[in-house]
Design a protein around this ligand. Sequence first.
Ligand code: SF4
Length: 559
Amino acid sequence: MDFKQIGAAAASESDHLNDGDCLKLYVVASADNITAASVFQCFQAELDKRGVKANVIATGSFGYYDLEPLVLVDKPGKSTILYHNVTPETAAELVNDYLINDNPRPDMALGSTGRDEIDDITSISALPLFNLQNRIALRNCGYIDPENINHYILCGKGYGGLSRAMLMGQSDVIEEINKSGLRGRGGAGYPVAEKWKLCRDAEGSPKWVICNAVDTDPQALTARLILEGDPHSVLEGMLIGAYAVGASRCVICVNADYIAAIKRLDKALEQMREYSLLGDNILGSNFSCEIEIKEVPSSLVAGEETALIRCLEGKQAMPYVRPPYPAVSGLYEEPTLINNLETMANVSAIFQNDAEWYAAFGTEQSRGAKIITLAGDVVHKYTVEVTFGTTLKSIIDAIGGGVSNGKKIKAVQFGGPTGAYFAADSLDIRLDYESVREAGSIIGSGTVEVFDSDSCAVEMTRDVISYLQTQSCGKCVFCREGSYQMSDILQDIADGKGEPKDLDMLTELGEAMKIGCICSLGRTLPNPVLSSMRLFDSDYAVHIKEKRCPSNGQLSPVD
Ligand code: SF4
């Protein structure tokens, strides 16, 4: 089958998607939302009972977890209305009130989208949650049935990107990536085109593509959101990468406990095979490629590409010193292209549009957008995607709804567990690779963890270091012993057993780890310690000199 035939097959299978006269309801929720399945069934039963013809479609999540289940109602001739926190009871009311009696129930609506305004319902374009976002990797999440390849093909120009790439030829594909300015979303922001060139030019066969789709930061839910909501965007990106570097084998690594995501990936691969998008002679060409799913345990070190390779080889997940880079000698010592799933979802978007379209977003050196997960003491713990250059403050205030319980911000840790802290007066920082690096932190997993004014810097740093210590693979002394000692010292300070010289020791350990560790986990591990000592030295002083915690005034255990 060529791409035209696939498009025609998808249209004949799912013609209702582009039919403006067809009533459609989308039930939007994470796979673990237990109410969503009942809402879905209730809509179907109620519509049947009332004789209303409609298509009810279950989608993945938008990432707005506390508003789910959300329901998008696309009624012919009307603007689409988005309802939040729908229950089986309110689903039945919506069928009666809006679908039959044309009362749009503004009291249940979050917003509307479309040309016509609906009385008493705000347009979602006026809501910061929507207008501050630029959903590129998340473009289809919440809008398509992730278990139906036809939805991906019809609603998001799906696999049109692969078709376009294959018409361009290998070198032009890499040049297109280069022009787009895409940088790897795995954390370090390495230019994607450079990596692809290195792998294309490497000797060896077969070549591999590995997609790291593991959520290694326990607070970041990026992989789960994309794999549950739009697995094909990642798989298409992987095939484009494989075509560009001349690889014939691909592996997508997923958290072993992401049951729904794995099930949807399995189904996606099956459907791709039916449409000649996998296996021999993809789209009728001489390009052949296979993709397999590998379940891997979730650990921070699995985010390191060389550790992931070792894990896939059945060895202990321990990073190794580069060079040689995986692009030259990776899985089974063959050339291996590794990118994470957010990168791959951006790749498919670039080819479904073009490099100029993509390069128009973001800053001079950080093009496109970044997926961010809000966590900690913030009202809305959403996963969103914002253009590079958006400030940390606007994400927390406008999207996250500010600090919970109306308190003030004490600190924000950005980039995941090894990111640095920012004080409340420095949240105007723009999120792009350069600004964040200059401020001493990392883009990392994109997690924004907010700590309210009741937090103690010593305790929050102790907690994160005690977690990080468990994530060290133990290969290098600086990381293994350094994280252990840091954790011990911080616990002592928190318990009122600290001494002034402990601060010097923490600094010394941190500086040594930054240069002595072989992987970025160990090299960035001191970030929270060094930044919290710099920003909140008075918290450390109170614990050490006054033997009490500044946040609650309690005497520490030794007193
Ligand atoms: S820095 Fe830490 S996690 Fe990385 S290889 Fe060394 S011991 Fe392992």
